[in-house]
Design a protein around this ligand. Structure first.
Ligand SMILES: [Fe+2]
Ligand SMILES: [Fe+2]
Length: 396
């Protein structure tokens, strides 16, 4: 039985939720609290797996409540239901919330978001994975610059100047970002000379994702293992990100989903970096074993650690509170069929993009590369699209 807590200052809204989800009573142990204080008191007595909170409430608002929940019950998944008027409070939530849903929210959508959050939580609660993560001594922290950029992007009218200005304060980041966006990968019409130009060419959300990936890759000592190249892995991430964004665009997905695909593509193999840096000796032998036995690297990881780089990466991104669809896409990039979303979602797109990118970066993990899961694409009625995606991406 999964325990879910709904918090709102409107008793009628809570009663509505109770009615809508009545048929789930067998699976969900539902609790309802009128306001933040009542929610915290209840959480002292009852362990809660997912909390769904309203934003604007008198007394303690949703941002304060979820900040408290983060501090007192860090394993509870935090979802926010927010209306447009709550923009300032939502900004304060950049850290504490796992996912936002806008009000009014369709019950099917809310139910789907809760089910997926629970499935992801189960996946990342794997004992082997926890042990593995605890062996990796220092997991990197989410960079402050990413948090500042997220706050700027959350504003009603995010400003290109302010974003460029924030990046410019970090000289090392500025030079790396310019180097990257001017590389052949991005095919800019003309070279970008400043962060402002880079942001105007590529868009703010893309720039924010690149900042995060550059930061993470620069944290690790790329020479820790002979069989492993962080640089090659970073390049593979860019290729996957570009392919994933392209597929999302070809399928007319919303811009937000395209952005999530891009970010998840950049970071999908980040778990390999964590393992290579945190457990270099052991990871080197896993990579050697994969190579000598002709195994995909994630299978060799699973037999050694009981978890794979996909889950390790998702675990880290989950700790950072990145959006659930991004965490899910990273977690499931080698097994998209487990995605609970019954449509085209970032997990499926990143899986396909990864396979297509691996064809181009054949040697990225010095092992057998992933293949698109055809059965999964057939089930979604998308198998016929695969060749089209492949050709379009190859043409760019
Ligand atoms: Fe992978
Ligand atoms: Fe990959």
């Amino acid at each position: 039985m999964k325990s879910i807590l709904f918090v709102d200052d409107e008793p009628l809204l809570l009663q509505g939720l109770e009615r809508q989800f009545r048929d789930l009573r067998k699976d969900w142990d539902m609790h309802f609290a009128e306001g933040g204080q009542a929610a915290l008191t209840l959480m002292e007595r009852v362990p809660i797996e997912v909390i769904v909170s309203d934003m604007s409430m008198p007394g303690m608002d949703g941002a304060q409540l979820l900040g408290e929940v983060l501090a007192r019950h860090p394993h509870t998944v935090r979802l926010v239901l927010s209306g447009h008027a709550d923009r300032d409070a939502v900004l304060r939530l950049v850290g504490p919330a796992h996912q936002y849903l806008s009000k009014p929210c369709d019950p099917g959508e809310l139910r789907g978001a809760i089910s997926r959050a629970l499935a992801l939580r189960d996946l990342l609660a794997n004992e082997h994975l926890k042990q593995l993560a605890s062996k990796v001594k220092s997991l990197p922290a989410l960079p402050a610059l990413h948090r500042q950029l997220t706050a700027e992007l959350g504003k009603e009218e995010p400003s290109l100047e302010r974003v460029a200005d924030l990046i410019s304060h970090d000289v090392a980041m500025t030079s790396k970002i310019l180097q990257l966006v001017n590389s052949a990968f991005f095919g800019l019409p003309e070279p970008a000379a400043t962060p402002f130009e880079a942001a105007s060419f590529l868009g703010l959300s893309t720039i924010r994702s690149l900042v995060l990936s550059i930061h993470i890759f620069s944290q690790f000592d790329s020479n820790s293992i002979n069989a492993f190249s962080a640089e090659r892995l970073a390049r593979h991430g860019w290729r996957t990100a570009m392919a994933a964004k392209k597929i999302a665009a070809l399928e007319h997905s919303e811009a937000k989903m395209g952005d999530q695909c891009f970010l998840a593509g950049l970071l999908h193999d980040i778990g390999q970096l964590v393992l290579a840096a945190g457990l270099p000796g052991l990871y080197e032998s896993v990579l050697r074993k994969a190579r000598s036995e002709g195994l995909p690297v994630w299978e060799a990881e699973r037999s050694e650690f009981g978890a794979t780089h996909a889950e390790v990466g998702a675990y880290l991104l989950g700790l950072w509170g990145l959006p659930n669809p991004v965490v899910e896409a990273v977690a499931l990039h080698h097994r998209p069929a487990e995605c609970l979303d019954r449509g085209l979602c970032p997990a499926i797109i990143v899986h396909v993009a990864d396979a297509l990118a691996h064809e181009q970066d054949a040697d990225v993990t010095a092992s057998v590369g992933p293949q698109p899961d055809r059965a999964c694409l057939i089930a979604l009625g998308l198998e016929g699209r695969l060749d089209f995606w492949k050709e379009t991406i190859a043409a760019h």
